[in-house]
Design a protein around this ligand. Structure first.
Ligand code: ADP
Length: 497
């Protein structure tokens, strides 16, 4: 399928298991493994990862160091190396991970939200590019992710334009969430090493700021986002976060490839974090996880529908709709378990719902990867009424664990959950369209009706979700094909051969 093995550097600000705040880390920790092992029976593609070396990361070996001339002085970049293990058909490969270390920029508590964010990630991007000749490694593809890596396509096309070492490298820029753009004051131009002539709406200016996200979109050879529906949505003013015009201009280079999940990590048959393992042939064992979850969350152990939510508590996730339907829903014989952290407002909102319905609602505010798995395994339904959702991983994990998603048809939720059709008996979840409490409530009622009144049908929905393939296999092949496309577009545009 591929002419020759590709050399790919996957660049991300967070990667599981080294650092995680959201879905990007899951993708960065699993897609490169799939790329290294799928779609090539020969020697395999040479896939490596680059990320910052944050405080708390341990065990990465010193590899090399060099000065980066940055902000008028030489800043030292230390490159450390670690790896992620990938297994494929009995074979075992290691995906190398290069960690860019600089004490001043990265030895801090937390990953983001510092006042010098522009300098931190401009430095990271420069260090990644400067590292390559010193490793004597020339990737075909630099796969950049989200605003933190937006300067890389820009640097390649502007700063390194005359350096033949970089000429053949094509860039792919993936938008995981357009809402987080990395927009900084005009003075950021000096960090990037360019003058005021770049501060125009055609180039780097974005409504009075310098936008790292815009740099990625403008200068990358190919742009992707994490579902087909989201790729279409962000080209419209309602969901384009003021970048829809720019994205429409690049629509021929813009693709949607849906995320997968790591099928080894997220497997109810082997997951060590859950109370009782099960699979599609032994779904009845899932019940023991429900009982254990009820106990863990201090809820009465009863045979009632148990609804789960695991989410960053931010406006994007449709939490206002949960508030709107809470009383109508919780006046029924159901239970709700919520795991999340984020905005104070929503944390308090859920605590308040719990105070009103202590016998029915369990709330855990914080980040807890073990409890998350126990909810995926123990709940009957999983709620994601998102306002927007680029891809969403929660619904994929839920289906893999036989937990039926109730979702709004936006972004990746629209692309991965099939609404239950009572006429044919097919579907993997319950879907609503309008961003309204009534629409969400109606979908919940449909789900609760089938759960209570049609247990045979319910089992069919559970089974269909568990049997769908949400592994990375298919999407990894799509990425590899797109890399080829990015390379040929790059070479044609740059007229290098
Ligand atoms: P986003 O990237 O917008 O946060 P996704 O659905 O793509 O949303 O990915 C979220 C991931 O983080 C899922 O794997 C989910 O289980 C996990 N997650 C979210 N909140 C928590 C939490 N409080 N504790 C543990 N895991 C969480």
């Amino acid at each position: 399928m591929f002419d020759r093995p590709l050399k790919v550097l996957f660049i991300s600000s967070e990667v599981v298991p080294f650092a995680k705040t959201g879905g990007l880390a899951d993708v960065a920790g699993s897609l490169p493994k799939a790329l290294a092992t799928v779609g090539n029976e020969g020697p395999g593609h040479d896939v490596r990862i680059a990320m910052p070396h944050y405080k708390g990361i341990e065990g990465a070996a010193y590899r090399l160091d060099f000065p980066v001339f940055f902000q008028g002085r030489a800043e030292t970049a230390i490159i450390r190396e670690s790896g992620i293990e990938a297994h494929y058909k009995g074979e075992h490969r290691t995906v190398p991970v290069y960690l860019v270390d600089n004490h001043h920029y990265f030895y801090r508590d937390g990953l983001y939200m510092f006042p010098d964010e522009a300098a931190r990630f401009a430095f990271f991007c420069r260090a990644v590019l400067e590292m390559l000749p010193r490793l004597n490694w020339q990737p075909d593809i630099l796969h950049c992710n989200d605003w933190q890596t937006g300067p890389i396509p820009f640097f390649l096309k502007v700063r390194y334009r005359h350096d033949p070492f970089y000429h053949r490298m094509a860039t792919v820029f993936t938008i995981h969430n357009l809402q987080y753009q990395g927009n900084f004051p005009k003075e950021t131009l000096t960090l990037l090493g360019v003058g005021e002539e770049y501060f125009t709406p055609q180039l780097l200016e974005f409504y009075g700021t310098v936008s790292f996200m815009k740099m990625g979109i403008l200068y990358a050879d190919v742009i992707t986002t994490v579902s087909r529906t989201y790729a279409a949505e962000i080209q419209r003013p309602e969901m384009g976060e003021r970048m829809d015009g720019l994205l429409r201009k690049r629509s021929h280079d813009l693709y949607g490839i849906v995320n997968g999940i790591n099928y080894h990590e997220f497997n109810p048959r082997t997951d060590p974090r859950i109370y009782r393992n099960y699979d599609v042939e032994s779904i009845e064992n899932k019940r023991e996880n429900k009982v254990a979850l009820q106990k863990e969350m201090n809820l009465p152990v009863r045979d009632v529908p148990l609804l789960g939510m695991i989410s960053r508590l931010v406006d994007q996730k449709g939490l206002d709709l949960v508030a709107e339907v809470a009383d109508r829903l919780l006046s029924q014989d159901v239970q709700l378990v919520v795991l999340g952290s984020g905005d104070r407002y929503y944390e308090e909102m859920f605590r308040e719902i719990q105070r009103r319905y202590p016998e029915k609602v369990g709330v855990y505010i914080g980040f807890n990867a073990i409890l998350a798995q126990r909810i995926y395994a123990g709940a009957d339904m999983f709620l994601m009424p998102s306002r927007f959702e680029p891809c969403g991983l929660g619904q994929l994990i839920a289906m893999r664990y036989g937990t039926v998603p109730v979702v709004r048809a936006t972004g990746g939720l629209a692309d991965t959950v099939v609404d239950y059709n009572p006429a044919t008996g097919t579907g993997t979840g319950f879907v609503f369209y309008e961003y309204k409490g009534d629409a969400f409530y109606h979908a919940l009622q449909r789900a609760l009706f089938v759960y209570r009144e049609q247990p045979e049908q319910w089992r069919r929905i559970v089974r269909e979700g568990m049997e769908r393939d949400f592994s990375w296999a298919r999407s990894a092949v799509e990425y590899l094909q797109l890399y080829q496309e990015a390379l040929s577009r790059h070479l044609a545009r740059a007229k290098v051969s």
